[in-house]
Ligand binder design. Structure first.
Ligand SMILES: Cc1ncc(COP(=O)(O)O)c(C=O)c1O
Length: 459
């Protein structure tokens, strides 16, 4: 295949996408999908024709995340300018480790970090990562280096570390503790009220772990929890973290987009006092997967935490090596993800991001109000753009039977291609977790979704 064939195939993808039948998925089972996609490898050169067949097979069975019925994740179809940013990154196949090979992308990445940091209200440093999970892990790695300077070399021998976080925090905190060798059992779950850590419980937990001979490594707050959409009181937690000298990491992977909304910015008040922040542009802002950043107030901590990169000095031997982002990244080769946010920001502007947030808030509120009006369903929770729904219990219905109704309805909607949404556990019960996250999921879409949800429960 030459570049002419490549360009023709790119055009083919765009045309097929525009003409495709508007269904969420084609209803094939895993076996059928596998059969339709193959062959997967080839000894002989199949050339553009075989690639075209493979593309067509992929497009037939890949879920159409941009449709209004797609409500399963915190993102859908990406912004048009982000798709171009992604292509731009591929065309030059830039890797971010050294300024010499990625001068433009390095400057763009730094400017994107600066742009988000300004919105947060601190003069931050940071790096693009492989996702919110990775950003949360970097927060804890930096907290470790801050608490035990030199631990990038010595490890944490002799220290009994623990992390304090909400019982509704994202599982990437568990993942980080697992992979850092501290262990998930060293996560202290602070009780929540409506998904929000209570300051007095947090203080109690800090005293308790210290009495037990443990050292609090960090407090991880969540701004936009995964199931409930809850935002911690970041100022209250910052007060406690500052008083006790504990690193405060804010996981704003889901709720961080609120930085762009004049109407709702105050939900993040206090974020500017955090030591580090996770921010995902690939969620509500519509940058394509993945486009996540880790930001921190004191960039020297990240430099120290990533000191192992000094062993890769052959990578950073260019004259402006001090500019090389590879020195502060856990990755070596790294994609130029910042280009997606850059072009999207230029295209729709901060105002456009703000409008997305405001309209997602409106859509969620619309759905929550509809749920309240219907006898067949109960509104379990509505915070941010997350709306958690359960069916009104029938007489003598057990919790398990109620859970079954939720799971069955979710599965049926998904099988039929009527809607894709998740169910999740909240306060011990299974709920339908809706989250407005992309502009195509509008008021009309959620009205239809609720009607369908009620209908499938009744058959
Ligand atoms: C609160 C929260 N933190 C972190 C993450 C992980 O983000 P990512 O999927 O980018 O790794 C998620 C994902 O949904 C999340 O909801």
């Amino acid at each position: 295949m030459d570049t002419h064939d490549r360009d023709a195939l790119i055009q083919h993808i765009l045309t097929s996408e525009a003409e495709a039948q508007a269904r969420l998925h084609n209803g094939m089972n895993p076996q059928e999908i596998r059969q339709s996609l193959g062959p997967f490898t080839s000894k002989d050169a199949g050339g553009p024709e075989r690639v075209k067949d493979a593309i067509d097979a992929y497009l037939r069975s890949a879920v159409r995340t941009g449709l209004p019925e797609f409500m399963r994740t915190f993102w859908g179809a990406s912004q048009p300018a982000s798709v171009i940013g992604s292509l731009l990154a591929d065309i030059r196949n830039t890797t971010m480790h050294s300024f010499a090979v990625s001068p433009a992308a390095t400057i763009i990445e730094r400017e994107m970090i600066r742009g988000i940091a300004e919105r947060i209200g601190f003069n931050a440093n940071g790096i693009f990562t492989t996702g919110g999970s990775n950003s949360n892990e970097l927060g804890l790695v930096c907290a470790r280096e801050n608490l035990i300077p030199g631990s990038h070399r010595t490890g944490i021998q002799g220290h009994r570390l623990c992390v304090l976080t909400s019982d509704e925090a994202h599982y990437s905190v568990d993942s980080a503790m697992n992979r850092m060798g501290i262990g998930m059992d060293s996560i202290i779950r602070v009780p929540t009220n409506n998904g929000v850590m209570q300051p007095q419980d947090l203080i109690k937990a800090i005293h308790h772990v210290k009495e037990e001979g443990m050292e609090p490594l960090a407090i991880v707050s969540t701004a936009g929890s995964t199931v409930r959409g809850a935002f911690e009181d970041l100022n209250a937690i910052a007060d406690i973290a500052e008083k006790h000298g504990i690193w405060h990491h804010v996981d704003a992977a889901w709720g961080g987009s609120v930085l762009f909304s004049e109407r709702y910015r105050s939900m993040l008040n206090g974020i500017e006092r955090a030591d580090s922040v996770t921010f995902d542009a690939h969620k509500m802002l519509g940058a394509s997967m993945v486009c996540s950043m880790f930001l921190l107030r004191d960039g020297r901590v990240l430099e120290n935490a990533m000191a192992h990169t000094e062993k890769g000095d052959y990578l950073f031997d260019d004259p402006v090596s001090s500019q090389s982002l590879g020195r502060i990244s856990p990755q070596c080769g790294r994609r130029a993800d910042a280009l997606k946010l850059w072009l999207t920001w230029l295209d729709i502007g901060s105002d456009g991001f703000g409008k997305i947030v405001d309209s997602c808030m409106d859509v969620a509120e619309h759905l929550a109000k509809l749920v309240e009006k219907k006898d067949e369903v109960e509104l379990i929770s509505h915070q941010f753009t997350n709306v958690c729904i359960r069916f009104t219990p029938k007489e003598n219905e057990t919790t398990e039977e109620g859970d079954m109704r939720v799971r069955k309805a979710r599965d049926k909607l998904e099988q039929d291609g009527t809607a894709m949404v998740i169910d999740a556990r909240l306060d011990g019960r299974l709920v339908i977790r809706f989250a407005a996250a992309q502009p195509s999921v509008d008021k009309e879409a959620v009205t239809r979704f609720l009607e369908n949800l009620i209908e499938v429960d009744q058959v």
